[in-house]
Write a protein that binds this ligand. Structure first.
Ligand code: HEM
Length: 199
């Protein structure tokens, strides 16, 4: 029985080991992609060229252009293979059915007064939106990595500059996602839920 001397313990959230591994690898690889990408950007800023806005060294990785490229091209394997592995994992375990936004979430966003339900709906919407953003980063990245083999990727974006801009846009989008994802996760399940995603 639940009395004052034996308060019922709150059940801590738990996650499948596969989800933890994916989440940790994703955070590390995205961090490496962001910081090394900003190092590459600094060599010749997309906006304004050499005289354009530079990113302070504290936010960059690699020390110089070649160093940034080495990190970027090393981490792209970690990032892309991890995402591929997670894609297979959620299809095989059928987790995708509960993770992504659905019709009920859109209904909840319009009608419900229940804060918790609203929070879940926003979270799933956000969680779904990040997938095309990450895939776009890979797609535009492949276009820049192998332009001779995939010239049609450059063509889709109109020009090399257009391709660079769309690739670069993944940086602010990912940063905004991480902040919102973190805050919504905290609102839904507190620090324990966030911690359960890593260990
Ligand atoms: C989290 C995902 C990623 C982020 C945040 C990111 C970020 C960036 C940034 C900021 C730049 C500099 C853009 C510029 O000023 O032109 C860049 C360049 C580049 N990225 Fe990414 N990137 C990501 C994923 C990828 C992937 C998956 C690939 C490969 C498949 C890739 C390949 C490249 C290439 C080839 C360059 C140009 C390198 C050069 O010009 O020397 N990126 N990235």
């Amino acid at each position: 029985m639940n009395d004052i001397n034996h308060p019922q313990k709150r059940k801590l959230p738990t996650q499948a080991i596969g989800a933890k591994i994916f989440h940790t690898c994703n955070l590390i690889s995205v961090f490496l992609m962001l910081t090394s990408g900003l190092q590459i950007y600094n060599a010749n800023p997309v906006f304004g060229g050499r005289a354009g806005l530079h990113i302070p060294p504290i936010f960059t990785l690699g020390g110089w252009l070649a160093g940034g490229r080495h990190w970027h091209f090393f981490a792209m394997w970690l990032f892309s293979l991890n995402l591929l592995w997670y894609g297979i994992y959620i299809v095989v375990t059928r987790r995708w059915r509960h993770r992504f936004v659905g019709v009920n979430d859109f209904k909840a966003l319009q009608k419900t007064q229940n804060h918790q339900r609203l929070n879940y709906a926003w979270h799933r919407l956000l969680y779904t939106a990040i997938v095309p953003i990450l895939l776009l980063a890979i797609f535009t990245g492949i276009g820049m990595y192998k332009p001779a083999q995939f010239p049609w990727i450059v063509d889709i974006f109109g020009s090399w500059q257009g391709l660079r801009i769309i690739h670069f846009i993944s940086v602010p989008l990912i940063i905004i996602f991480v902040i919102l994802h973190w805050q919504l996760g905290k609102k839904a399940g507190g620090e324990e839920l966030t911690a359960s995603m890593f260990w």
